[in-house]
Design a protein around this ligand. Structure first.
Ligand code: SF4
Ligand code: SF4
Length: 384
């Protein structure tokens, strides 16, 4: 490690990374690389953990594909087992990982918490003091009953309410839990199913399911389809280590859609650091998947995707969507997927998260004006 980086590491050692301004955060990531950066904080966390009591994690699943759990199982910095051990987390309940099953006999729960997941869940609710992680959206339909998703003889809407009441913190993992995600996409049945996120329905915080249930609890949203494992584990870790004080710190740490700004910076989009950005700036756009150029014409929505994917990267910091040749679909935005549709088709007229894509694209094009070529000229020429 060079002396410059060593000095930077020393400086960062005393800093709470979730409270860093974006410039420092980006500088640190750029200088050290995401893996080294995270390792630095991993060591920091380990130190703090020695005197750390066990924290229970209750992880419940609504309507989803379990992709976010899968993503977290693939975590690398730290991996899930390291995180559980080092953060002293007791993963007390995770529907797809726990061995128990719900067992009913003549309409009554039988056996005990070691065998019956429903009893286990109820015991955890009673004990309280757990962090609640919600994966998946929550149907409100039909007619407000929530019965489009019933687990263990109970609408999931009710399960969420019971689980949220005694939680010390609520983290909505993935775009479905955060905003409704794929399940809330426009369709002929969307009004009937009425899928909601925990604290938002798309970008509307007045329609979140907790509000519907009359429960006033702050929620941290970690969107993504799926959510990046670092976003999940570092957020849960920061809550456990008291680096995020709930609710006091949330106003400053989260953006208007409940996302930690450090991972979803309001003034940074995936496009800013895309490995293909040079092609965009030179106006070299691919017309077919599989080429080396910019994917804008193939429907890349990265110019309005607020996330650090291009810096942090995925799969152990190896690659990310556009690097691997797939146009970004802005899966972290509250309006996803409708605001990204049609996928893989160039769109120039959609508004996302309170900002017009044209405005953002124009700024991006403006910044690259010298080299942006035909693309920029055409867009500006349209008076957008
Ligand atoms: S439009 Fe997409 S592929 Fe092109 S530079 Fe931006 S992020 Fe990369
Ligand atoms: S690059 Fe875009 S589509 Fe891929 S994970 Fe990040 S925000 Fe989602």
């Amino acid at each position: 490690m060079s002396t410059g980086i060593k000095n930077l590491v020393r400086t960062l050692d005393s800093v709470d990374f979730l409270k860093m301004d974006r410039r420092t955060f980006m500088k640190a990531l750029g200088a050290m690389g995401a893996a080294a950066f995270l390792n630095t904080y991993q060591a920091d966390m380990v130190k703090a953990l020695e005197e750390f009591p066990e924290t229970k994690l209750l992880w419940i699943h609504g309507s989803e594909c379990t992709g976010c759990s899968e993503s977290v199982l693939n975590a690398g910095n730290p991996d899930l087992v390291q995180a559980l051990q080092k953060l002293n987390i007791n993963l007390a309940f995770h529907e797809t990982l726990c061995a128990q099953q719900g067992i009913w006999n003549d309409g009554k729960l039988v056996n005990n918490a070691e065998l019956n997941s429903e009893i286990l869940q109820e015991e955890i609710y009673k004990e309280g003091k757990y962090i609640l992680v919600v994966e998946g959206s929550i149907p409100n339909g039909p007619d407000g009953s929530g019965r489009y998703l019933v687990i263990g003889n109970k609408p999931f809407k009710q399960t969420l309410g019971e689980a949220a009441k005694n939680a010390v913190a609520v983290v909505a993992v993935g775009s479905c839990a955060a905003y409704g995600g794929i399940t809330s996409a426009d369709s002929d049945v969307a009004k009937d199913t009425d899928y909601r996120g925990v604290a938002f329905a798309k970008d509307d915080s007045s329609k979140g399911m907790l509000k519907e249930l009359g429960i006033d609890k702050p929620v941290i949203n970690i969107p993504g389809c799926p959510a990046h494992p670092d976003w999940v584990l570092l957020t849960v870790g920061a809550v456990i280590l008291g680096k995020i004080k709930i609710p006091d710190d949330l106003d400053t740490l989260l953006d208007e859609y409940g996302r930690p700004k450090v991972f979803f910076p309001p003034d940074h989009v995936v496009h800013d650091n895309c490995p293909r950005r040079g092609y965009y700036d030179r106006g070299e756009f691919d017309e077919e998947i599989g080429g080396p150029g910019c994917l804008w014409k193939l429907g890349c929505k990265a110019p309005y995707a607020h996330a650090d994917c291009a810096i942090r990267k995925w799969n152990g910091s190896v690659s990310m969507c556009t690097q691997a040749g797939g146009p970004c679909i802005a899966c972290v935005e509250p309006g996803f997927p409708d605001t990204s549709r049609p996928l893989f088709v160039e769109r120039e007229d959609i508004g996302v998260a309170g900002t017009n894509i044209d405005t953002i694209a124009k700024v991006a094009v403006g910044a690259a004006a010298v080299a942006a070529g035909v693309h920029a000229v055409r867009r500006m020429g349209k008076g957008e």
